[in-house]
Write a protein of this length. Structure first.
Lengths: 297, 113
C-alpha cells in the first residue's frame, strides 16, 4: 500500500532525525568537556574551564542550526526545535552579524537562512499582510542598498504558521484519522449487530409483557433506558481510556511532531468531542432493538 | 608570538580532509591536530568545525562511527572515505596551482612585465 509505506517512511525519517539530534548533542558536549579537561590540566578550576570552553566554542544553538542545514534537515523541523529552545531560553539577545562579511554573497550576513515569524493584527487578512510586506520589500531602507538579485522583486512569501508547521505531517495524520474513523465505523456496526441479535433472543420476553398488557410506550421506555445506560457506561469508559490514551500517545510521539508535548487543554477538548460522537453512535445502535421489538410486537 | 591568522574561506574543508586522512579522529581531535600541525598559527572557530564536518559527511567524503576516546568516553570518530581521498587530491592540486599563480603575481618585478 502506498499510503502505508509513506507513513512508514515518514515515521522512520522522524526517528532518524531525533537520533541525529541526540547524537549531535552528545558530540558537541564531548567536544566542550574534552576541551575543558585540557584547560583544567593547564591549571584552572573545573568550573572556570567549563565556562571558558563553552564561550570559546561559540553559540551552540547556532552551530546546531548550521549543522542541521548542512545535513539537509527541513525548515519545519528546525522551527519546532527553535520553538522548544525559545520556550526554555533565559536570555535573548539581538541577532548581531559581522557587517564586514557582507562582501561575500554566500555569507550568513545576507540572512538567506532566516525566516520571520510575525503576528498579524486581528481582522487583517493574509492577502493584506502580503501586500503590505510587498510594499516594504519594494522600498528598501535608504541606508541599506541592495544588489539587484536581492531586491525581492517577488515580494515576500507569506504563509500561515499552522500551514507551515503541519504541511509535512498533514497527509500522514489525515490517513491515520481516516483509518481510525473506519475502525469506529466497524465497531458501531458490531455493536448494532450484537444488539439486534439480543433483541431477537428477547422476543419471548416482549411477547409475555405485551400479553400482560404493557403498552407500546412502556416497551419503548424500557428499551430506551437500557440503551441509554449502555451508552453512558460505554461513553464513560471510552473517555477514561481516551484520557490515558492521549497521554500515552503524546509521550510516545516522535519529537518532530507538532503539538506532541504534554497533553494540553486542547487534547482534552478533542477527547470530549470524540466521545460525544461515539456516544451518539451508540445511542443510535441501541435504539435499534426498540424499533425491532416494536415491529415484532 | 606571531598573531594567529584567520582561516581563509573555503579552506577549512580541505584541512579537515587532510587531518582525517592521517587517521580517524573525533571532532576535538581534528581541531587539535590542525592546530598542532600549523603550530598554533591558525585561528579556527571551534563551533564552525561541526557544520563543516556534517557537510563533508553528507557529501560522503568522510564517514563517522562512535568509538571510545582516550579518556574512556563515547566519541564520534571521522575517517576519510575513498571518495573523500579523491576529493582531497583534486582540492589540494587546485589549491597549489592557485597559490603558485597568486604568489607569481605578487612577486612580479617591474622589469618582468
Amino acid at each position: 500500500m502506498i499510503l502505508w509505506s509513506r507513513i512508514r517512511s515518514w515515521l522512520s525519517a522522524t526517528l532518524r532525525r531525533s537520533r541525529m539530534e541526540s547524537e549531535m548533542d552528545a558530540e558537541l558536549r564531548f567536544h566542550v568537556e574534552a576541551y575543558a579537561e585540557d584547560l583544567v590540566r593547564g591549571g584552572i578550576t573545573r568550573e572556570e574551564a567549563m565556562r571558558r570552553a563553552r564561550l570559546e566554542f561559540g553559540g551552540i544553538e547556532r552551530v546546531k542550526e548550521e549543522g542541521r542545514e548542512a545535513r539537509g534537515v527541513t525548515f519545519f523541523e528546525t522551527l519546532v526545535q527553535d520553538l522548544r529552545y525559545g520556550a526554555t531560553a533565559e536570555l535573548w539577545t539581538p541577532l548581531q552579524y559581522d557587517g564586514r562579511n557582507i562582501i561575500s554573497f554566500q555569507s550568513r550576513e545576507w540572512g538567506h537562512h532566516l525566516r520571520m515569524l510575525g503576528r498579524v493584527r486581528p481582522g487583517i487578512s493574509k492577502e493584506q499582510a502580503r501586500r503590505e510586506l510587498e510594499s516594504i520589500a519594494h522600498n528598501p531602507v535608504r541606508e541599506f542598498p541592495r544588489p539587484p538579485w536581492a531586491s525581492l522583486e517577488q515580494g515576500l512569501i507569506v504563509n500561515s504558521l499552522q500551514h507551515d508547521l503541519t504541511v509535512g505531517v498533514r497527509p500522514a495524520l489525515l490517513a491515520a484519522l481516516a483509518a481510525v474513523t473506519l475502525v469506529l465505523l466497524i465497531a458501531c456496526v458490531n455493536v448494532t449487530n450484537l444488539l439486534l441479535a439480543r433483541g431477537a433472543q428477547r422476543r419471548g420476553e416482549f411477547a409475555v409483557r405485551t400479553a400482560l398488557g404493557a403498552g407500546r410506550m412502556r416497551m419503548m421506555r424500557q428499551l430506551l433506558t437500557e440503551s441509554l445506560l449502555l451508552a453512558t457506561f460505554g461513553g464513560a469508559l471510552g473517555m477514561a481510556i481516551a484520557e490515558f490514551g492521549v497521554r500515552a500517545l503524546a509521550a510516545l510521539s516522535p519529537p518532530g511532531l507538532p503539538q506532541a508535548g504534554a497533553p494540553t487543554g486542547r487534547h482534552r477538548i478533542r477527547v470530549r468531542i470524540f466521545d460525544y460522537h461515539a456516544g451518539r453512535a451508540d445511542d443510535w445502535a441501541d435504539s435499534a432493538p426498540a424499533r425491532f421489538a416494536d415491529r415484532s410486537a | 608570538v606571531d598573531k594567529q591568522l584567520d582561516l581563509l574561506q573555503g579552506t577549512l574543508d580541505m584541512l579537515i580532509l587532510k587531518a582525517v586522512s592521517l587517521g580517524p579522529l573525533h571532532g576535538y581531535g581534528i581541531l587539535l591536530r590542525i592546530q598542532q600541525i600549523s603550530k598554533d598559527r591558525l585561528e579556527i572557530q571551534q563551533g564552525s568545525l561541526y557544520p563543516a564536518l556534517y557537510r563533508l559527511e553528507h557529501q560522503g567524503w568522510i564517514a563517522s562511527e562512535w568509538g571510545e576516546s582516550e579518556n574512556k568516553r563515547k566519541a564520534k570518530y571521522y575517517r576519510l572515505t575513498a571518495a573523500g581521498k579523491r576529493r582531497f587530491q583534486t582540492e589540494a592540486e587546485k589549491w597549489n596551482r592557485m597559490t603558485d599563480v597568486i604568489a607569481g603575481i605578487l612577486g612580479t618585478k617591474p622589469e618582468e612585465v
